[in-house]
Design a protein around this ligand. Structure first.
Ligand SMILES: Nc1nc2c(ncn2[C@@H]2O[C@H](COP(=O)(O)OP(=O)(O)OP(=O)(O)O)[C@@H](O)[C@H]2O)c(=O)[nH]1
Ligand SMILES: [Mg+2]
Length: 333
């Protein structure tokens, strides 16, 4: 169950590719199954949610986030959710202690969306906060050890080198179980515990929003905006080409298939143009809208919590009633 974060909590944010095991890791660290875990088919975590646990006597809060390669949400939607959450916490005087960036080791190559995810992560953090970042590779138990080592080497050499140079911790290996022979470590004692020593940091996106920038003018917002412009150009081209081919074709079935294709492109185009427009909106309006969305979620959470408390109270009452009846039977006998 989520709890509110207090000023003294050590707050760590968990990011990474979709399906890389962010929610599973949080469950493992907290020793509970509160965060919803995917079955590997599609992205599951859509809301930014926090979970709290105690490590070495310190209260640690872990923030679960959707990835920028989410299968349901657009990059703009993910950016809005993450930045609003982070900015709201910053405004309340809370800083992040650490950030975990996860990558599944048994994937052989970095796809375009994985690269985008990594770029967005760096733009959100800024160089100053990279010393608070711990890189993590997951699912070592599932991969062939040699292939996993090769992929790790490729990541460190080609994709994570700059981040490591700027102070990121070298990657930690995680799998379902700890295995010292392969350097597969324990997430609590080997990943979270060392992070307790980190000096809290202000992320670049938090500072940019504090300086009064609109989302589109932040480093992360600009990246999304550029990607949307490229996507809009590409979709327009495909849309026009499908329409032209449909017009030229003499076969009714082909004509219909191409027209259907053009209609799909039209929808994609409208969505991308809407995203671009929304990104341009005043950040205060975005913040207000996101907070409203949250407040509904928070109310729902409060109801769930009180229902849970109700059920627990009933259970306790039932137990005490059972004990009372048992005691009176004993007294009578
Ligand atoms: N074998 C193995 N499977 C894992 C490990 N960690 C996570 N998984 C599995 O990977 C799948 C995805 O895990 P999640 O924790 O939902 O991943 P996520 O990054 O939170 O995914 P989204 O919220 O959808 O972005 C699930 O089926 C997990 O059981 C691991 O260390 N080893
Ligand atoms: Mg998740």
């Amino acid at each position: 169950m989520t709890q509110s974060i207090t000023q003294s909590d050590i707050v760590n944010r968990v990011m990474g590719d979709t399906g890389s095991g962010k929610s599973s890791l949080i469950n493992r660290i907290c020793g509970k199954d509160d965060a919803l875990v995917s079955d590997g088919q599609a992205s599951v975590t859509k809301e930014v949610t926090h979970y709290t646990t105690v490590v070495n006597g310190e209260t640690v809060t872990l923030i679960d986030t959707p990835g920028f390669d989410d299968t349901h949400l657009s990059g703009r939607e993910v950016l809005e959710r993450i930045s609003t959450y982070l900015y709201a916490h910053y405004q309340q005087g809370r800083k992040l202690s650490g950030l975990l960036f996860l990558r599944e080791i048994n994937l052989s190559r970095m796809t375009g969306s994985a690269v985008k995810n990594l770029d967005m992560f760096q733009r959100l953090c800024g160089e100053e906060s990279l010393k608070n970042v711990v890189l993590v590779t997951t699912k070592w138990d599932k991969a062939s050890f040699d292939n996993a080592c090769n992929h790790e080497e490729e990541l460190v050499k080609n994709f994570w080198a700059d981040m490591i140079k700027l102070g990121c911790s070298s990657p930690k290996r995680l799998g379902k179980v700890v295995d010292p022979s392969c350097d597969i470590v324990d997430p609590v004692s080997d990943v979270i515990a060392p992070m307790l020593q980190f000096q809290p940091t202000t992320l670049r996106i938090q500072q940019e929003l504090e300086d009064g920038k609109n989302l589109i003018d932040t480093a992360a917002g600009q990246y999304i905006d550029q990607h949307l412009s490229v996507a809009i150009k590409r979709i327009k081209k495909s849309h026009n080409s499908a329409l032209a081919q449909a017009e030229e074709s003499r076969h009714l079935q082909i004509k219909e298939a191409l027209a259907a294709q053009a209609a799909i492109h039209r929808e994609e185009l409208e969505k991308a143009e809407r995203d671009k427009e929304k990104l341009r909106e005043n950040y205060e309006d975005t913040l207000k809208a996101e907070k409203q969305r949250w407040s509904m979620a928070m109310n729902a959470l409060a109801v769930t919590t009180s229902l849970a408390i109700g059920a627990e109270t009933c259970r306790q009452l039932r137990n005490s009633e059972t004990q009372r009846v048992a005691q009176s039977t004993l007294d009578k006998s």
